[in-house]
Design a protein around this ligand. Structure first.
Ligand code: 6R9
Length: 585
């Protein structure tokens, strides 16, 4: 692993960097100080939406909060004052619809203003905000909406027709579907309501009920290796870590134009696509269009993006298009580029420096951690290939598990499981309805992340791999179990095993191995049929890209499919002697 460093550029910081001395910042840091900074004297109200929106609207209502581009690069600004009014309107609407605090409001939306209105308005009404991914097919959506017991869904007419309408009968809890694109006063469908029309009738004032730090706020589904998806719940107090990391990791402030390219259906889309950056008073650049190399460079240039948060898959696609293309654009406004979601190879860090004039700063976190926990800070030297060092206020370690115990390994450069000392403000407070599964994530005061890593002698962490079977494809976490279940629905399938196959652009692609029942032929027609079935049920983002037939799949003595062996085979590693393996795989 390269140990070279990319030195920071002092001239890049016209404003002094937020953390000139890392060790000192760690020593001086307290969450209490962050709490004091964000709340009024003597008032412990920690409502996320108040901190993200109203606090800034009160100071300067005119400052742009959202800058929305359209397909033709025309832009429209929405000020903090307008966002306050719209989110008040949404909270008022929820009240009028009889939606109670604690009930789940889900969104199935791209990056359009309605998303921000619904997310922040829900938080003002103390609802639980649950984003869903628009590239999911009906099956993952049904499962998540059911598990969440969602009361309200905000979506668009085409998404409703394609993915939700047929599920409605399976969702008795879902009382209201609000369509963001239906005309005011015009009921697009009999069982849906027009969002904009109702907002126009709503009160633009809303008294946010006093919100305690532990009031539940966010619900993000993340995949498990077995069983149903897990609903990780964060409370309003998570805003402390989301704000602190937006300042220290992303260096954000009121002068910044910040672009987070993450899809709003995943945790990064909520935490750094909405809450963290707004809490610093910066302006969010929103592009509802899909990835396209030239389009992205044009946005960076035209919108004078100063801080950019993106993912390795996108960076690799930009790299493939070449650095000459990047240099055609004026990216002089860009002072910080950061990455998250998958391992960032050292070449990508260096390429950023060459092509964009800025190296990529890697950052690490998970749905469960609620905010960045480990990072290469803008004010510090980057160690290419390393995830960086823990956020001040957070203690990270490499631990070894023994039975129900976990012990920190003091020696540097030892591989083990990455663990974080519990708790911190944005730590998940529950897996919805699954106390045991939640408790199993903790041992001896540590939250166990499931990732394997090393820590070097200087305290930098290096990602080694996942300790489980989950697949990261284009930065999205996919559970093999969900995919296997859908393949098993087909009458020809006897066994299915799903793994991540290494891919130069997406990091991993979803690959299925299938053993057929007697009487079925593993020919091209059936292969296509199965891939088509999976795509219809799961959506393009989750369905396997490749499918291979096998006579049988490797199993443990108790009959569990050993994905680890299928994975090793994909990497060209020897399968070893199957007979000697037991259930520990
Ligand atoms: C924010 C997010 C979490 C998993 C995590 C790890 C992988 C995230 C990474 C990284 C290597 C990084 N991951 N950041 N791996 N280097 N900088 O992605 O949340 O979808 O829950 O995924 O992603 O395996 O455990 P989530």
């Amino acid at each position: 692993m390269p140990r070279s460093q990319i030195a920071k550029h002092p001239a890049d910081f016209p404003v002094p960097p937020k953390m000139p001395d890392y060790e000192r910042a760690r020593a001086d840091f307290t969450w209490e100080a962050v709490r004091r900074e964000l709340t009024d004297e003597g008032c412990a109200d920690l409502n996320m939406a108040r901190i993200a929106v109203d606090r800034h609207a009160d100071a300067n209502a005119e400052r742009p909060a959202l800058r929305v581009t359209d397909r033709h690069f025309r832009v429209e600004d929405l000020s903090y004052g307008e966002l306050r009014a719209r989110t008040n309107g949404f909270a008022d609407l929820l009240c009028r619809l009889g939606v109670q605090p604690g009930e789940v409001v889900a969104t199935l939306l791209g990056r359009i203003p309605a998303l921000y209105t619904a997310a922040l308005g829900t938080l003002k009404n103390q609802g639980l905000y649950c984003p869903l991914f628009t590239a999911f097919g009906p099956e993952p959506l049904r499962q998540r909406l059911q598990l969440a017991g969602a009361r309200v869904l905000v979506t668009t007419l085409p998404l409703y027709r394609r993915k939700i309408a047929s599920l409605r009968k399976d969702l008795p809890h879902l009382k209201h579907v609000l369509l963001a694109d239906a005309d005011a006063g015009h009921d697009a469908l009999p069982d849906c309501l027009p969002l904009e029309g109702l907002l126009a009738e709503s009160d633009r004032e809303f008294a946010i009920p006093p919100t305690a730090e532990e009031t539940p706020a966010l619900l993000h589904f993340t995949s498990g290796t077995t069983g149903q998806p897990k609903g990780a719940v964060q409370s309003h107090g998570a805003i402390l870590a989301q704000y602190a990391s937006s300042r220290l990791v992303l260096d954000l402030g009121t002068e910044d134009r910040f672009w987070c390219t993450a899809d709003p259906g995943w945790v990064t889309g909520t935490v750094y696509g909405i809450l963290g950056p707004l809490s610093t008073g910066s302006t969010l650049i929103l592009d509802p269009e899909p990835f396209e190399v030239r389009r992205w460079y044009r946005i960076l240039e035209a919108e004078r993006v100063s801080v950019w948060y993106t993912a390795p898959t996108a960076i690799r696609m930009l790299m493939r298009a070449g650095s000459a293309l990047a240099r055609e654009y004026d990216l002089s406004a860009l002072r910080l580029a950061a990455s998250v979601g998958e391992p960032l190879n050292p070449e990508a860090v260096v390429w950023g420096e060459e092509a964009l004039g800025r190296p990529f700063h890697d950052t690490w976190w998970q749905t469960e951690t609620g905010a960045v926990m480990i990072a290469n800070y803008p004010s510090q030297d980057i160690r290419p290939g390393s995830m960086g060092r823990p956020l001040p206020g957070v203690e990270a370690a490499i631990v070894h598990r023994r039975g129900a115990h976990a012990a920190a390994v003091p020696e540097p450069d030892t591989e083990g499981e990455l663990a974080l000392r519990s708790p911190w403000p944005s730590m998940f407070r529950a897996y919805l309805g699954e106390t045991r599964r939640y408790a199993a994530c903790f041992a001896d005061g540590w939250y166990l992340t499931g990732d394997l890593a090393r820590r070097d002698a200087d305290g930098y962490f290096w990602f080694v791999g996942r300790g489980d079977d989950l697949i990261k494809t284009s930065g999205h976490l996919i559970g093999p179990f969900e995919v296997e279940n859908v393949l098993m629905e087909h009458r020809g399938v006897a066994e299915a095993g799903v793994v991540g196959k290494p891919d130069p652009i997406a990091g991993q692609v979803v690959k299925a191995f299938v053993a057929l029942r007697k009487g079925f032929d593993g020919d091209e027609g059936l292969r296509r049929e199965l891939l088509g079935h999976a795509r219809r049920r799961l959506g393009a983002a989750v369905a396997p890209k490749e499918l291979e037939f096998r006579q049988s799949l490797p199993k443990t003595r108790s009959g569990k499919i050993m994905r680890r062996l299928l994975r090793a085979e994909e990497k060209g590693e020897p399968m070893g002697d199957l007979s000697s393996l037991d259930d520990s795989g």
